[in-house]
Write a protein that binds this ligand. Structure first.
Ligand code: F3S
Length: 389
């Protein structure tokens, strides 16, 4: 492949992966059976990214394995109704066409594991998108480094990734214990706990202990997203809960450095990330909402009239399931919207008359001020629904 015997596109992809492997001193390549590609929104990759993708697709690049894309910059079907500018939409549609030509599923979601791309425990995969990476490593127990968009795309084209970092068992062991001293009472607080951990230990592998009960999947999703946004954490363990920490013995971790956290640290993080109490829009779904989260919102707004529309971001796949269960109908009847293919961070909110956002996501609160020039109010789902009805 490297010598071009399988075509130019594979040679380009392989060159990139070999270079990565050399930098990180990988011994060899390993086959992967699942890829998540980031760098899909025109807002984040711009004209050079669009050119790169079109060029690669014209050179004959085709995915050989199950590969999905991260959110694009707009709802691909209803972008006009949401106020996305025409000039942006044209470029975005070209990006999506390039991915389609490369046989990459344009699922446009950061929760591919709820949209038909769920690897198995121990599988070697190549995922980009920090929150998805953290979920795949920690909650599913698959093995991926924190890939960039081009690296993940190269892996989709050649079906391989360099064997280093979190693909190796020795690098997946906990490096620190995080002892949580107080109850964590909402998904918002799980996100804030994750954010605080990410700030404190960045590239390490935390083992979280002391939680009063096993967190559910949405809480784990928020925990990992917070960690990956504030630091470069790509793998965490929750003692007795996540797959690689279910059977740990005390001897495996008792000598590790222990960090203690509780309600004070969580409160301080929430205060730091909240920059306003006034807001013009409400956005949920960073990472994209699961079916359970949509059900919760639908139940809470059912029969009410929202003063401000709640925008719920999710994948088309989860949207369809929610539609069949009647959740979408309840949310739209109340005046909310279920939006697909995009999210509050990678959509051009700054060009859509959105200036301040209330959300329950610490990851979104981290990125909204810089990427969308938006102020942020953080609240739990209950606070958000109360303030909108
Ligand atoms: Fe997903 Fe967008 Fe947040 S890609 S994790 S919803 S910033």
């Amino acid at each position: 492949m490297l010598e071009g015997k399988h075509g130019e596109a594979k040679a380009v992809a392989m060159r990139l992966l070999v270079t990565l492997g050399e930098i990180f001193e990988a011994e060899r390549m390993v086959p992967v059976n699942s890829v998540q590609v980031s760098g899909v929104s025109f807002k984040t990759i711009g004209e050079p990214g669009l050119q790169y993708l079109e060029d690669l697709s014209n050179k004959g690049a085709r995915s050989t394995i199950n590969a999905t894309t991260n959110p694009a910059g707009m709802d691909l079907r209803r972008w006009r109704r949401l106020g996305v500018p025409e000039h942006f939409a044209k470029k975005q549609l070209r990006i999506v066409s390039a991915f389609k030509k490369m046989k990459i599923s344009t699922a446009c979601t950061c929760i591919p594991y709820f949209a038909g791309n769920k690897p198995k425990l121990g599988a070697h995969i190549a995922w980009a998108e920090s929150s998805a990476v953290t979920f795949a490593n920690s909650v599913i127990g698959a093995r991926t480094n924190r890939e960039g968009g081009p690296g993940a795309l190269a892996s989709a084209i050649v079906g391989r990734t360099p064997l280093y970092g979190l693909h190796l068992s020795k690098n997946r062991k906990p490096t620190h214990i995080v002892n949580v001293e107080s109850p964590v009472s909402s998904q918002l607080e799980y996100g804030a706990l994750g954010y605080t951990i990410g700030e404190r230990i960045s590239q390490s592998v935390p083992l979280i202990d002391g939680l009063p009960r096993a967190p559910n999947l949405d809480e784990l999703k928020a925990l990992g997203a917070g960690m990956a946004a504030a630091g470069a954490v790509a793998l965490y363990h929750v003692l007795g809960v996540t797959p690689e920490a279910r059977n740990l013995r005390e001897d495996d971790y008792r000598k590790l450095e222990t960090i203690t956290m509780g309600s004070k640290e969580i409160r301080e993080t929430l205060e730091k990330l909240s920059t306003t109490t006034e807001f013009d829009h409400v956005c949920l779904g960073c990472p994209h909402m699961s079916l359970t989260e949509l059900r919760n919102v639908a139940t809470r707004v059912s029969g009410k009239k929202l003063k401000r529309p709640i925008w719920c971001f999710t994948s088309r796949n989860v949207h369809s399931q929610a539609q069949r269960k009647g959740y979408v109908n309840k949310i739209t009847k109340a005046g909310g919207r279920v939006i697909n293919d995009t999210c509050m961070v990678v959509a051009p909110l700054e060009e859509m008359d959105v200036h301040s956002v209330m959300t329950d996501s610490c990851k979104a609160a981290h990125y909204l001020p810089s990427l969308c020039k938006s102020k942020v109010a953080l609240g739990t789902i209950d606070q958000i629904v109360d303030s909108s009805t």
